[in-house]
Design a protein around this ligand. Structure first.
Ligand code: GLV
Ligand code: MN
Length: 221
């Protein structure tokens, strides 16, 4: 009888032990040293970038003005994401963090996902309509004003729309040195080589000429 009550107890304890000692899954692997300033000239291919020698690190490796100014918003979206990942800020290499600055003069940062990481953002100027779509196709939206923040869970489709009348700016950060970005319209209609029109027509349940019309836009961004 005693053994019958002990079995579920043992099972519970074992499960708890496994859960406690399971490694935490993060987007990027943990660093193995204080820092690993990326050496973009190294021909060595690793997951991330090879480090330059630690003794060669300089104060400038730990600072960046990459997002002190926004880039040009002169494009069909009227927005621009200035990226500060490990490719432009070598000091971020292996640290599992990066940032973007997104400027809106016109309307939209189109629907996109970061396949590897989550994003947390902070609005500094303007009024933004911020949206997240869950895997159940539920839309979570908020009109975000300066000083307010949002989070985009890893891999979920999201977008921001400038409600105007003026400019809007937000700063976002990622738990990866290089989060990756997949813009839905650009991927579907601007891939190289192209997805065959008839496949897109079937997927969107429209005539091929509607797809051709969309494909004829400049999907440079
Ligand atoms: C905004 O969502 C960004 O990814 O820069
Ligand atoms: Mn994003």
């Amino acid at each position: 009888m005693a053994s019958l009550t002990i079995i579920p107890l043992l099972f519970l304890c074992t499960t708890l032990l496994i859960l406690v000692f399971l490694p935490c899954y993060r987007a990027d692997p943990d660093p193995l040293q204080d820092f690993c300033i990326a050496d973009p000239k190294s021909g060595i291919t690793v997951n991330g970038f090879a480090c330059k020698a630690a003794r060669a690190a300089q104060y400038s490796d730990f600072f960046s003005s990459a997002i002190s100014k926004g880039g040009s918003t002169d494009n069909p979206n009227g927005s621009n994401a200035t990226v500060m990942d490990a490719t432009v800020f070598p000091g971020l290499n292996t640290l599992g963090v990066s940032m973007n600055r997104v400027d809106f003069e016109g309307c939209i940062n189109p629907p996109h996902v970061h396949p590897r990481v989550s994003e947390v953002g902070y609005a500094v100027e303007g009024i933004l309509y911020v949206d997240i779509l869950s895997t159940e196709n539920k839309l979570y939206s908020k009109i975000l004003r300066a000083g307010e923040s949002f989070v985009m869970p890893r891999g979920l489709l999201h977008f921001q729309y400038n409600m105007g009348p003026g400019k809007a700016t937000q700063f976002v950060s990622f738990n990866s040195q290089k989060p990756g970005i997949v813009f839905a319209p650009q991927s579907l209609f601007g891939s190289k080589p192209e997805i065959p029109t008839e496949i897109l027509a079937k997927a969107f349940r429209v005539d091929a000429d509607i797809i051709e019309h969309i494909e004829s836009k400049q999907w440079f961004k």
